[in-house]
Design a protein around this ligand. Sequence first.
Ligand code: FMN
Length: 330
Amino acid sequence: MKLSTTYLGLKLRNPLIVGASPFADHLHAASQLQDAGAAAIVMRSLFEEQIDQEQRALVHHTESVAESHAEATSYFPAVADYQLTPDHYLRQIEQLKGMLAIPVIASLNGCRPGGWTGYAQKFAGAGADAIELNLYQLVTDPSRPADQVEADMLETVRSVTGAVKIPVAVKISAFHTSPANFVRRLEDAGAAGVVIFNRFYQTDFNLEEMEVQSLLKLSDQSELLMRLRWLAILSPHSRGSLAATGGVHTADDVVKAILAGAHTVQLVSVLLQQGPRFLSVLLNDLQHWMREHSYESVDQMRGAMNLSRCPDPAGFERANYQRMLQSWRV
Ligand SMILES: Cc1cc2nc3c(=O)[nH]c(=O)nc-3n(C[C@H](O)[C@H](O)[C@H](O)COP(=O)(O)O)c2cc1C
C-alpha cells in the first residue's frame, strides 16, 4: 500500500504534516514527531512585524530593538514576547535540517508587500525545503476595498516567490469573495500550493472587566467541514498542491480531506492534545481504512470526492443550501 504523496514538488512518505506551531521550536519534539511518522514539519511563523522591527532597529542603530518597537503600535507583542527572534529562527532552521530527514517548511506571516519578504531568501539560505507564506489579515479600515487587499496579497506572494527557488505554499483565509479565483491568481503569482484555511481566533468580551478577551482555543472536527467543501471545489482546477489545515482529528478526517482533493493534511490541535505518538495511530488507521475500501495508494484516493467526481456535486453548491432549508418542517 502506497502512502506516499507529492506536496509542493517534495516527495513525502505519507500525507501527514505537522502544521505551523510551537512543535518545531524544540529539536526533541520535532524528532519525536518524525519518529512517529510525520512526513514534514512546518515551523511557527516569523512575522512581518518582527522583521520590520529588526530592520528598523538596524537602520537606526542608535536605538535598541525595544525602543524601535515603542514607535510601532502597542497592539503587537513586544519584541521579547516573540518566541523566536529572526536570527534565532534561521539557526533553528539549520538545526532542524541538521537533525531531521523529513522536509522542514519555514513560515513567513504577513500580507503587505515590503522589505520583509526578502527574509524568504534567508530561509532558503538556512536550508528550508519550502516556505509557507501565511497571509493572515483582518481588514478593519473601511477605506480599503477588497480588490486592493487582494492585490497587496498577490504582490506579497510575487515578491516571496520571485526571491527564492524553493517552493512557496500560501496559507489563506476562507473569507475571499471568490476563493477559487483567488487561488488561481495565487498560482499565477508563483505559489506552488495553497493551505486551506487559516483559523481566525475569535475575541470575546469579559463583562466584569469590560475588556476584550482573546483565547486560543484548539480546534474541533466541525471546523474541517468548510475545508472539505473548498478542497472539493478547488481540487479539479488547481494546478498546484492543496493542503488541509483545521479540524483534522481522526483518520476518517484525513481520509475525507484526501478524497476532497488534499495532497497533505496538517495537524496541530490533535497533536497538542494527544502527543506526537498519535501520528502513528492515525497512520495505522489510515492504512486500515484504505485496505477496507480497496485503495492501493493515497494518489488513487485523492480527489475521488471532489466537485467533478463526486456523485452529487450539487451537495457543495447553492442548490444544497436551498435543499437543506426546505427540508425543515415545524
Ligand atoms: C499554539 C498554536 C500556534 C500556532 N502558530 C501558528 C503560526 O505561527 N503560524 C501559522 O501559520 N499557524 C499557526 N497556528 C495555526 C495552525 O498551524 C493550524 O493552521 C490551526 O491550528 C488549525 O489546525 P488544527 O485544527 O490541526 O489545530 C498555530 C496553532 C496553534 C494551536
